[in-house]
Design a binder for this molecule. Structure first.
Ligand code: GLU
Length: 457
C-alpha cells in the first residue's frame, strides 16, 4: 500500500513554524517512503475559515519546498460526512443531546464536588422520545455525541477500555476511553466539529499514516474508535512534540507569532527554517541542511523528544549564515538578479561575498560598494592616508587574479616596512569603507585596477 500522509490545518490564519514542523514531518516521511502527501484544509468552521488563508498556506508550503500531490477541502465533502452520520446513527452510536453550555458546566462542577471524573454522564441517553419531542418543541436543537465503546452492557457503567497503538514518534501509547466524555461530532446548527470529518477523509483518501502534534494524542483514542465504528482499519499514528516561543508560550495561527510569511519576509532562507523546524527537539544535531532530500535521509520521527521544545529565532540566523556561506551561485542567481546583482561579474562577486552574509539581501550592499565605492566617507588618520596614497603606487598591472593582493601587499611591505593589520586595515578601509568584510584577495579582481585607483585618498 502506498504510504499516504496529509497535512490538515484549518485555514483560519497564517501557519507558523510549529505548523510547518507538522507539514515537514509528513513531507519527509512521504519522501523517505516513496509516499504521497495530501494537503487537506479542515475548513468546516465556515465562519473562521477563509480561502485567502488556504492560498497563503499553499504559498508558504511551496516556499518551504513542499509540493502536495493533491489538495482537498473538507467544505466540499459534507455529503460524505452526512453519510457517515447516518451509518453511526443506524449503528446506535450517535445520540442527540440538548444540554446548554451552562447546564454542562453546572453538571461538571457537581461531578467534581462528588469526586467523580468530570466527564459527560450520558444523561441525554436516558431521554425518552417524548422528552426529546418536548425539548424540540421548546426550540432546542440537538447536538450529537458519539457513544464511546467503553462499557460492556450498560453505558452508565463504564469499564477501563484501553485503545493502544504503536506511535510512529512516541512508541507505545494508550488512551483509556472510560476517562473521556462522549465527543460531540455534530453541532446544533448541523455543522461538523473536526473529529468525524477527519476520520472520514482519512478513510476515503487512503491515509496510511497520521502524523500530527501531540496535542492530538487523546483525540487519537477517540478517532481509532470511530474508524472501527465505521468499519475501517485505523491508520498508523505519530504525535510529535510541540514548539513554544523562547518564553515557553504556545504558538498560535491567530497571533501570527513566528509565522512562515514573517520569516520569509525577514529574508531568511527556506532551508534554514526547514532545518530548524525539523531538527529542533530531536536527538539529531541542529544544523543547516541545504537539501530536502538530505534531510529526508536523516529524518527519523522516533528521534523526537516527548517534551515541548523552545524555538529560538536567533538560531535561525546562525543556520542562515551557514547555508549562504556554501550556497552555489546557480542557487542564488535568481534572487541576486532581483536585487540588482547580475552581469558577467555576478558569480565571482557572489563567491567573494557569500561568506560574509547574514541574509542574501545583504549582498546588495556589497554590490554597491564594489560598484560605486565606500558608501560612507572613509576616516583615515593622516599617517594612514599617506600610507594608502603611497601604497597605490605599487598596484600591479592587469590582468588581476586572486594572487594580485599578495603581490601588491608584498611590494608595499617591502617599500614601507608596514605589515599585518597596520598594513591591510587602512587599505580595507580605503577600498570598502568598512573594517571587516570579504577577503580583499577576492575583492581586488572585482574592483579592477581602475576601480581600485578610483579609491585612492
Ligand atoms: N485540523 C486539525 C489541526 O489543525 C488537524 C489535526 C490532524 O492532523 O488530524 O489540529
Amino acid at each position: 500500500m502506498t504510504v499516504t500522509v496529509r497535512f490538515a490545518p484549518s485555514p483560519t490564519g497564517h501557519i507558523h513554524i510549529g505548523n510547518a514542523r507538522t507539514a515537514l514531518f509528513n513531507w519527509l516521511f512521504a519522501m523517505k517512503n516513496g509516499g504521497r502527501f495530501i494537503q487537506r484544509f479542515d475548513d468546516t468552521d465556515f465562519l473562521r475559515s477563509k480561502q485567502e488563508y488556504a492560498d497563503a498556506i499553499l504559498y508558504d508550503l511551496h516556499w518551504l519546498g513542499i509540493f502536495p500531490d493533491a489538495t482537498e477541502y473538507q467544505s466540499k465533502r459534507i455529503e460524505s460526512y452526512d453519510a457517515a452520520v447516518e451509518r453511526l446513527k443506524a449503528a446506535g452510536v450517535l445520540y442527540p443531546c440538548y444540554e446548554t453550555q451552562e447546564e454542562l458546566e453546572l453538571r461538571r462542577k457537581i461531578r467534581l464536588s462528588r469526586k467523580l471524573p468530570p466527564v459527560y454522564g450520558r444523561e441525554a441517553l436516558k431521554l425518552t422520545g417524548e422528552e426529546r419531542e418536548t425539548l424540540e418543541a421548546e426550540g432546542r436543537r440537538p447536538h450529537w455525541r458519539f457513544l464511546l465503546p467503553n462499557f460492556r452492557d450498560n453505558p452508565f457503567e463504564t469499564d477501563r477500555t484501553e485503545i493502544q497503538w504503536q506511535d510512529v514518534v512516541r512508541g507505545e501509547e494508550t488512551v483509556d476511553l472510560a476517562s473521556l466524555s462522549d465527543p460531540v461530532l455534530v453541532r446544533e446548527d448541523g455543522t461538523y466539529l473536526y473529529t468525524l470529518p477527519s476520520v472520514v477523509d482519512d478513510i476515503d483518501m487512503g491515509v496510511t499514516h497520521v502524523i500530527r502534534g501531540d496535542d492530538h494524542v487523546t483525540n487519537t483514542g477517540v478517532q481509532i474508535a470511530l474508524f472501527q465504528a465505521l468499519g475501517a482499519e485505523p491508520p498508523a499514528f505519530g504525535h510529535h512534540n510541540l514548539l513554544t516561543t523562547g518564553t515557553g508560550e504556545g504558538l498560535s495561527k491567530r497571533t501570527g507569532a513566528l509565522s512562515i510569511a514573517g520569516l520569509r519576509e525577514s529574508g531568511l532562507e527556506p532551508m534554514a527554517v526547514v532545518s530548524l523546524a525539523v531538527l529542533i527537539g530531536t536527538s539529531e544535531n541542529v544544523e543547516a541542511v541545504a537539501k530536502m532530500a538530505d534531510l529526508a535521509e536523516r529524518f527519523d520521527p522516533a528521534a523526537t523528544s516527548k517534551s515541548a521544545s523552545k524555538f529560538d529565532p536567533a538560531e535561525l540566523l546562525v543556520l542562515n549564515r551557514t547555508l549562504l556561506h556554501t550556497m552555489p551561485f546557480e542557487e542564488a542567481q535568481g534572487r541576486l538578479s532581483a536585487i540588482g546583482v547580475s552581469g558577467a561579474s555576478a558569480e565571482a562577486f557572489w563567491l567573494a561575498v557569500r561568506g560574509n552574509l547574514e541574509k542574501l539581501s545583504d549582498a546588495a550592499g556589497w554590490w554597491r560598494i564594489v560598484d560605486q565605492g565606500p558608501q560612507d566617507p572613509v576616516e583615515l588618520s593622516e599617517a594612514d592616508a599617506g600610507f594608502v596614497r603611497e601604497a597605490f603606487e605599487f598596484l600591479p598591472e592587469e590582468p588581476w587574479d586572486r594572487d594580485t593582493w599578495k603581490v601588491w601587499t608584498g611590494s608595499i611591505k617591502e617599500a614601507t616596512g608596514r605589515k599585518g593589520k597596520s598594513l591591510f586595515m587602512p587599505l580595507r578601509l580605503a577600498l570598502t569603507g568598512l573594517s571587516s568584510g570579504p577577503e580583499l584577495a577576492d575583492l581586488l579582481p572585482l574592483l579592477g585596477r581602475e576601480g581600485t585607483l578610483a579609491r585612492r585618498p
